[in-house]
Structures are given as C-alpha cells and as structure tokens.
Design a protein around this ligand. Structure first.
Ligand code: GLP
Length: 262
C-alpha cells in the first residue's frame, strides 16, 4: 500500500490522473474501474484535459462503474449514469459500447449482478479501480458490516450514507434506499486500486482504513490486503494518520510500471 499525502486536492487529483494516464498509455485497451462522488471530479477534469490537450486516447478503454442507485432512471440527474455522462464520458472519446454501469432499473436485479460479475471477468478483469471513501469507511456502496468477500449485489444504504447524499436530492425521502454495488471481493480483484480522499470530514475514515484493523466494520480497510494499492490524500484527509508516508513515496518509480509498493 502506497500512501501519498499531497499538499492540496488539486495536486492529489493531478497525481491520480498521472497514474491513470500512465497505465492507459501502456495499455490502450485498459479496463478502468470508475467511481462517482465529489472526490474523483478533479481526477476526471484532469483526464479530460489530457484527452483534449495531449490526445490521451480512450477509444479502446472498457469501463466498469462501482455502483448505482436502485430505482433511478439513467436520465435522473442524481443517477450515477447521469453523473458519469456529464462529468467524464461526454468529454472524452470512450466508446459507449464499452461503458458498464450497474443497471438500477433492471427487472431482475440479482440476475443483473451475476451478469456484471461475469462481464468483468470476460473483459479480462479491472486493471485499475478508482475508489472514494464514505465517512463511515464504505467503499462503493459496501456499508460497514459488508462481507469482505462480497460480490456485486443489492445493498441497503445506511442512514449515514443517505443523510450524506441527501444534499443532492430535494429531501431525505427522495434518497434511494437501495443500491447495486460491486462487492468488496469484486473490488479486491482489480489489479490496482487507487483510493482518493479529500478534506477533514474523511480524516477518521482514512485513519481507520489505512492504520486501523482490517475489519468489515470499515470496508475500506481491506485495501491493506491489496498488493498494488495507492491511497492518495490531501493534507486534511491525512490529518489523523500517525505513520510517515511520503518519504517512502519519493523513492518509488511508479511510472516505469514496476512499482513494488505492496
Ligand atoms: C457514495 C459512493 C462512493 C463514494 C462516496 C463518497 O456513497 N457510492 O463510491 O466514494 O459516496 O463520496 P464523496 O466523494 O462525494 O465524498
């Protein structure tokens, strides 16, 4: 696990984009795992800039999103389909046929989840998975208590998560109660993980994830078990960490593709 504490949100986002762009240049048909939420927006903005100004090519990329609300149509402005279209897909040259986002409107949700799992495998597995973290330590919509071996499935959202997301809806009642989400086990199968966190509200969750025990009560803590995981932070989200991290980072040469950062 390679923890990198950046001066600001913008430098963190640029660093994350540098890693993703490096992987994409080395493997044009990269399988890219994507996340929603406010945290990866800076990364997406930087990827769009790299596409527009430096010709970063997404035409052969396959994408898999982590999660989606159950019951929101793709055109709903709070659906993750809408979020991805507005904040990334419509600005880059990704082929719509290669985009995968859980279908929260599927008639048979559990059959869809099984299909999604198999589809990831059929595409060769996720090469690099972007992750945010919830204030309660969730990753994707794997809430505390989620099995660390879980696969894509329907999950009930906790009160905390619905409350956190209520700001985007007219009121709390409108926030969906269920979501489809890749499981913790699904996420762990990605070849690389890139977890991003920003601002003081995430400091406690980051500490539990990075330095706490590995426990289902903080699903993000599973990242400690991954062989190729980056944790990119800004100063505020790193404020509660007690370890020393960046001196390790300075000696790693990740751009070579050989980054023994386990
Ligand atoms: C949602 C998403 C997560 C995301 C989290 C944090 O619950 N399902 O994937 O990491 O929110 O969101 P934000 O980045 O806005 O703090």
């Amino acid at each position: 696990m390679l923890v990198i504490v950046n001066e600001t949100y913008d430098t963190m986002s640029a660093e994350a984009a540098r890693i993703v762009a490096d992987r994409l240049r080395k493997k044009p048909d990269l399988v890219l795992g994507l996340a929603t939420g406010s945290t990866p927006l800076g990364l997406y903005r930087e990827l769009i800039r790299l596409h527009k100004e430096e010709g970063l090519d997404f035409s052969k990329v396959t994408t898999f999103n982590l999660d989606e609300y159950v019951g929101l149509p793709p055109e709903h402005d709070q659906s993750f389909h809408y979020f991805m279209r507005e904040n990334l897909f419509k600005h880059i040259n990704v082929d719509p046929r290669f985009i995968h986002i859980p279908q929260g409107m599927a008639k048979d949700l559990s059959a869809f989840c099984d299909w999604y799992e198999q589809r990831i495998v059929d595409c060769g597995g996720v090469d690099i998975q972007i992750l945010g973290i919830g204030v309660n330590g969730h990753i994707a919509f794997n809430e505390p208590g989620s099995s660390l071996g879980s696969r894509t499935r329907i999950k009930t959202l906790t009160g905390t998560t619905r409350q956190d997301n209520a700001r985007f809806f007219k009121n709390l009642d409108e926030v969906p109660k269920y979501a489809l989400t890749m499981g913790v086990g699904t996420i762990m199968d990605a070849k690389e993980l890139l977890l991003l966190a920003t601002n003081a509200s995430k400091a406690a969750a980051v500490r539990s994830a990075v330095e706490g025990p590995v426990t289902a009560m903080c699903p993000a803590s599973i990242i400690q078990m991954h062989r190729n995981a980056f944790v990119l932070l800004d100063k505020e989200s790193a404020a509660e960490l007690t370890g020393t991290y960046n001196d390790t980072w300075e000696h790693k040469i990740f751009t070579s593709g050989n980054h023994p950062h386990g």
